[in-house]
Design a protein around this ligand. Structure first.
Ligand SMILES: Cc1cc2nc3c(=O)[nH]c(=O)nc-3n(C[C@H](O)[C@H](O)[C@H](O)COP(=O)(O)O)c2cc1C
Length: 165
């Protein structure tokens, strides 16, 4: 068994694609939030949590149903990485807000959150997922900057690999 679980929520498949790529690169086990993988929150030392953003800065639907399990889980000793997909042009003022929704739930647990990302190369206006001038995890924009995704993913994997258990 891998030491790393990736849990993702995806409506049209973009986040699922990224989750698959990350699973290959990190040698991680993959879970769809729609299956409510509560066991994974206990069994794995490293949790990589990914969501797209819907509505106006909202969590992806499957995460809406699963986020309370994250809230109830004991995340102390866990290493947590976040990734979020969004559209920085059509939804530029709520860019990757879903990732911020997960962050707001995990940040007060005793987990170690890894993988913050510089905002410089992104096109957006506002994002709740920017804390202290950086994205709190890996932000990706398949609609407008899809050509940058592979490079961003590879760089992020290299960055967090040093911090995973
Ligand atoms: C109705 C609708 C609302 C959206 N709202 C947001 C938003 O508030 N912020 C954002 O960054 N992206 C928003 N998006 C863009 C999606 O998050 C983006 O297309 C994402 O890649 C979808 O990933 P998925 O296929 O994994 O669900 C929205 C898209 C649609 C169609």
């Amino acid at each position: 068994m891998s030491n790393t679980a990736i849990i993702y929520g995806s409506t049209t498949g973009n986040t699922e694609n990224v989750a698959n790529q990350l699973a290959g690169l990190l040698n991680a086990d993959l879970f769809d939030a729609s299956t409510k993988p509560t066991e994974a929150l206990i069994k794995y030392d490293n949790l990589i949590l990914g969501t797209s953003t819907w509505g106006a800065g909202d969590l992806q639907d499957d995460w809406e149903d699963f986020i309370s399990e994250i809230d109830n889980a004991n995340l102390s000793e866990k290493v947590v990485g976040l990734f979020g997909l969004g559209d920085g042009c059509n939804n530029g003022d709520t860019f990757v807000g879903g990732m911020a929704q997960i962050y707001n739930v995990v940040k007060d647990s005793d987990c170690k959150i890894v993988g913050s990302v510089d905002i410089e190369s992104y096109e957006f206006e506002e994002s709740d997922a920017v804390v202290d001038g950086k994205f709190i995890g890996l932000a990706l924009d398949e609609e407008n900057q899809g050509d940058l995704s592979e490079e961003r993913i590879n760089k992020w994997v290299e960055q967090i690999s040093k911090e995973l258990k």
